[in-house]
Design a protein around this ligand. Structure first.
Ligand SMILES: [Mn+2]
Length: 273
């Protein structure tokens, strides 16, 4: 259960992805408030934390983005473990996979064991872009094609990076093809669940498509942390192993409504409740 001290809620694990620091879209102010509200034994940064692709085409780094980084580093100094699983926008960090610096561990993916013994594959998810895009013909080619597509996806984007081209992103592409976006999201979710199952996990925790979710796919728990560009969502693991997707704007609204209610004279409270 949550242990509340000085207005900060402590959880066993906190999963954040798709902050996109270094872009105008990042909701750094809200994110900083959230990081003041929540502390965790283990922090997972599930990719696209710093937007390296965007920074290459023009430096944008306001103080608020620095504050977020400082806040995260401060948590590490105060004893939180931090695992950084890079995504496609911060894939420059993939060159450092397997290393630890300043108490931060960089990992390609990770199996997280929850307090209740359940095991979750923690991965950003961009590794599946090509698989999702070409799902129809890959299905005809069998298991081998699936592995090849994963390999091609990584190689192709590494090449694009070297050539100074922008990242080819499934989520951006799906948005252009709005009619099919729902299908793509569904396919992405299914592929990630399949991969988690293949690795013997009970669930998957990912990001990438900026679409927070908590659902079951063929008995496997699919959890997506969402993003801090549009939705401002995070995933927490409570001390009993219970996983919960938090939508921070909803938490803030509920808190404001409660404060408003508490400020009313007692007889009026019932009328508002
Ligand atoms: Mn991504």
């Amino acid at each position: 259960m949550a242990d509340d001290t000085e207005g900060t809620t402590r959880v066993r694990s906190l999963f954040l992805s798709d902050l996109h620091l270094g872009t105008r879209g990042c909701q750094a102010g809200l994110l900083l408030d959230f990081l003041k509200d929540y502390d965790a034994d283990t922090l997972y940064l599930v990719g696209d934390i710093v937007d390296g692709w965007q920074l290459r085409s023009g430096w944008y780094w306001p103080q608020g983005h620095n504050d977020v980084v400082q806040k995260l580093l401060r948590k590490v100094r105060k004893g939180s473990s931090l695992v950084y699983v890079p995504g496609n926008h911060d894939e420059f960090l993939r060159d450092y996979i397997g290393t630890t610096f300043g108490g931060i561990e960089i990992a390609e993916s990770r199996i997280h064991e929850a307090a209740d013994g359940r095991r979750y594959l923690v991965i950003h998810g961009d590794q599946f872009d090509m698989v999702v895009r070409h799902a129809r013909w890959l299905a005809h080619l069998g298991d081998g094609a699936y592995t090849v597509a994963l390999f091609v996806n990584t190689g192709l984007n590494k090449l694009r990076r070297r050539l100074g081209l922008s990242y080819w992103s499934l989520s951006a592409w799906a948005k252009l093809k709005v009619k099919n976006a729902v299908n793509f999201i569904g396919a992405f979710e299914t592929f990630l669940a399949d991969e988690a199952r293949r690795q013997g996990a009970d669930g998957v925790i990912c990001g990438h498509i900026h679409h927070a979710a908590d659902r079951h796919i063929d008995g496997l728990r699919y959890l997506n942390t969402g993003d801090w560009v549009e939705s401002c969502t995070a995933l927490v693991e409570h001390y009993d192993g219970r996983m919960e997707v938090l939508h921070y704007p909803t938490i803030l609204r509920a808190r404001a409504a409660e404060a408003e209610r508490a400020a009313l004279p007692a007889p009026d409270r019932r009328a508002v409740a």
